[in-house]
Design a protein around this ligand. Sequence first.
Ligand code: ARG
Length: 696
Amino acid sequence: MKKIIAIIAAALICLGASADEGMWLLPLLEQLNGKSLADAGCRLTPDEIYSINHGSLKDAIVHFGGGCTGEIISKDGLLVTNHHCGYSSIQGLSTPEHNYLMDGYWAMNRAQELPVPRLTVTFLVSMEDVTAQLEGLEDPNPVRRELRKNAEEANPGCHAQITSFYNNNVYYLIVYKTYSDVRFVGAPPASVGKFGGETDNWMWPRHTGDFSMFRVYMAPDGSPESYSENNVPLAAERHLKVSLKGVQKGDFTMILGYPGRTQRFQTAAQLQQMIEVQRIAVDARTIRQDIMWEAMCADPDVQLKYANKYASSANGWKKWQGEELAFAKLGIIDREKEKEALFMKWVNKKKPRKEKYGDALDRIASYVEASDEAYKAMRLVMEAPWRIELVGLLSAMSAYNRNNPGASAKTALGAIMGQYRDYVPELDRKEAAALLKFYRDRALEKDYLNDLGGGFDDFATIDIDAYVNYLFENSDFVDPKYIEDALTDDPDAIFTDPVTKLFASIYNVYRTRLSEYNEAMEGYDDAVKAYTAGLLEWQKKQPMYPDANSTMRLTYGHVMPYNPKDAVQFSFFTTLDGVMQKEDPTNPEFIVPAKLRALWEAKDFGRYADASDGKVHTCFLTNNDITGGNSGSPVLDADGCLIGLAFDGNWESMSSDVMFEPALQRCICVDIRYVLFLVDKLGGASHLIDELDFAE
Ligand code: ARG
């Protein structure tokens, strides 16, 4: 008997070690992961990865623009991230005459590095567990304020924040330093950086050169000032070394970055609701995206203006569809229910546990049920009528204040004007009609948008096309010139604009539903906190990592192929040959630049080809545990040298935010050698290669 138990335990440990699941918290690496990091093959100690006492690897990693990860790769603040992370910045700098998005761009010297308005990068300074200081306080706010104030005084130029982990069971005080002079250095053309487009997105085999480069600037005294001509390149405390060795199956890899959100602690009831709510979004976005896509294909100007709006909508849209499919295929809800049954069995064994956790699952389920209608109604409003761009333009006017018309009108004007750059009223008019029809089909009658002005009072019966024509013919918001005049002469005119009526009606529905929702959810956080605490206690012999919450994490694992389905084997890497195989000049997603083809034909690969086969390897797979927000994260070898950038997940495991899938879940990475080949050979920017430090 003892022997059997020992064998099972050994098997479990093996499973644990090879599964490579987990988005680990940096301050806990030593305690939770020290040994297993080394066993997995890492040659750095936890202290070399994260330390608050001396420089460490984490000092080279940044939160890029708030939604992605980037890493510093030269002592002069050169930064690399994904192309899709730089996408909106690159689009913002592009014009039909200088279309950096479509044609690519390389600054050939520092003067050609282009400032990106409003783009920031943030470094992590330190993290400290402050749960004990906050626990049990009736009003924790004064203590929170004090903790932040002290941290900011101790770290000039930094900002502090308190973030909760494990669903409010643990709190950390986190100190960050943000730089706001970030300049665009270069990127390949979209035909390389976004090769495969939406068709290949979330899929393997992949051949995307998904990277772009920026540089962080600072004031001459080292402080993080906003853009100024006098600013100088960041004197980086730490930058990553680059390895050109490439990867072998089974190699150790680790990724440091900023995963955004996961749902690994959610119950079956919550997950079921999540899938249903995402379906609402998928249906609404299908309608909007089809209209955008048609207009984009017909006119290159529209294509540039809507490139980012389309890509960001389509990314979630495809993810949620994959997630729904994976839920069904992998039996996610049933597996979650099985886990819950085991948990309840454990809970019910001991009275104190029963008291603490006994009703948590039922309580969560009743909250989900009680809030369901309101929650779905809100999402429907947000994904349909609220997506009419005229409504978004009106929202940009929120700074306008009747009591202070002069100054506030000026601020509002500033906020709204930038948005017209990417606005096509004719396209919006089509979207508006389709979204309102969709909304009328789907919404409950009590959520109808009544009293829209112009005699369009009863939403149930109005002619939506006629209403939309009325809206677009009478609203000042269709044209920046009208808005400029209105804001200068008579800003109050916005209050009688038809779009204001539409917004009032939308907002009224939203607000009513929101207060219903809040009422139904009172006490919800406590139930979730209790359930999470129960899970932690249940699994206390096993290290548990918290859900992703846009804080820096480490995931480690190995280079690994997979079997997507019966009889099919996917290799762990792709090559430039595959780019040429996918080439399709008639499909905008699969165009190959002539120069790339010529380099491939001439085998002009420089030092970037793989030693084993003489080919340029484009992308590779690992089993690292990542999610959105990790995009652009460095993939590091056992010595912490840069071997690639993480940029996607794979179709067969789209439920990965909810449950890690050892056999199927992979992280898709672009090989750093492909990145440098593109910089050097395709872009001709060898001066950037000269800035790098290579591992010998
Ligand atoms: N799926 C990637 C992520 O969420 C983004 C890829 C962007 N590319 C695209 N074709 N939309 O990180």
